[in-house]
Design a binder for this molecule. Structure first.
Ligand code: SF4
Ligand code: SF4
Length: 84
């Protein structure tokens, strides 16, 4: 009904918007996506996703959202470059 993804998956597909064209499946370099039993694209191997966003960019129906995973490293201040 809504998005089909495992918890924490970086890729979500709005199945209601997906027209099963298969473009996302063919462009994904990591074979993350495949057709589910409902005939819609679904992230079958979300752990393999490298978040390249190709699927999101190529989907003609804007059905895919790639959520950039927060890095475990410190992403705080980018080095306080105060000249003094
Ligand atoms: S590119 Fe978009 S519309 Fe086509 S199969 Fe993938 S999610 Fe569905
Ligand atoms: S973001 Fe890249 S690796 Fe992840 S599912 Fe989309 S095309 Fe595949």
């Amino acid at each position: 009904m809504t998005s089909a993804a495992s918890p924490g998956a970086p890729v979500t597909v709005k199945s209601a918007w997906c027209k099963s064209c298969g473009i996302c499946i063919s462009v994904c370099p990591k074979n993350v996506l495949e057709f589910g039993h409902d005939g819609k694209a679904t992230p079958a191997r979300p752990d393999d996703c490298i978040q390249c966003q190709m699927c999101e960019m190529m989907c003609p129906d804007l059905a895919i959202t790639v959520v950039m995973r927060a890095k475990a490293t410190t992403a705080g201040k980018e080095g306080a470059s105060d000249g003094r």
